[in-house]
Design a binder for this molecule. Sequence first.
Ligand code: IPE
Ligand code: IPE
Ligand code: MG
Length: 252
Amino acid sequence: MSADDSNIENKNPRHIAIIMDGNGRWAQKRYMPRSFGHQAGVKAVRKIVEHCAKQEIEVLTLFAFSSENWRRPEAEVSMLMSLFMATLQREVSKLHRNGIRLRFIGDRTVFSDKLQGKIAEGEALTSENKGLTLVIAANYGGRWDICQALSKVAEKIVTGELKSQEISEKLINQYLSIADLPEPDLFIRTGGEQRVSNFLLWQLAYTELYFTPTLWPDFDQSSLDDAIKSFKNRQRRFGYTGEQVLEKSITL
Ligand code: IPE
Ligand code: IPE
Ligand code: MG
C-alpha cells in the first residue's frame, strides 16, 4: 500500500464514477415524457463536469448508456442516440476550450458511422489536454469490458506472445478500458437504486460506494460536495486493519 491508497488524510477522490440514474422518474413526476428527463440530465452533466474540473478532480467517468439499455422501447433508444449526437456536436469545442480530455468506453462499433466519427473526432481533438479526463461510458458493460480484455489476452496466447501461466490481475487489468487511468475512488449512483447495473465491475473492487435518492437531473454541485464529504470521512483499508492504516499514515 502506498501513501496514496489510504484516505485518512482527507484527500479529494482522484477518480469519480457516476451512474446517472433517475431521468425517467424525474420527468414522470412532472407528467412529462421520459425524453424531457434525459434532456434535463444533460444539463446536470454540464454542471457536474464544470464542478469536477474546478475541484481539480483528475477523472470523471459517467455511465451514459449501458449495454442493457438497448432493451428499452425503440423510440427511447433512438431519442437517446440523437441526444448523444447533438450533445457531442454542441459541447466538444467547449470541453476542448476548457482543457478537458474526452474519452469513450464501451462497444462503439454498433453506433452509426456518423456517431462513431463524432466520438473519434472528440477524442482526437482533446487528446493532449491536461485538465479533467471525462470518460463517457456508452454501450458499456463491465462484463463486456472483461470479455474484450480476455479475448485480447487469448489472442496473445495463440500467437505465443504470452503463456497462460503469465495471466495475472495486473496483466488482465492492462487490457481493460481505462487501464491507464487511476481506479475509481468514489462511485456515486443517483436515483435511489442500490446496485451496480454492470458498470465498472473489475475496477470497482475497492471503490467507496455512495448512493443517493436524488434523481440525476436534480444532482447539483452541492450534491456532489456531499458525496465527496462522505468519501473524505471514510477510512479506506484495502484489507489492512484500521490500526495498520493509521500507523502507515504516521510513518509514510
Ligand atoms: C438514466 O435514467 C439514464 C439512462 C439509463 C440513459 P433512467 O432513464 O434510467 O431513469 P429512471 O431510472 O427510469 O428514472
Ligand atoms: C444504469 O441505469 C445505466 C445508466 C445510467 C446509463 P439503468 O436505469 O439502466 O439501470 P437498471 O436497469 O435500473 O439497473
Ligand atoms: Mg434507471
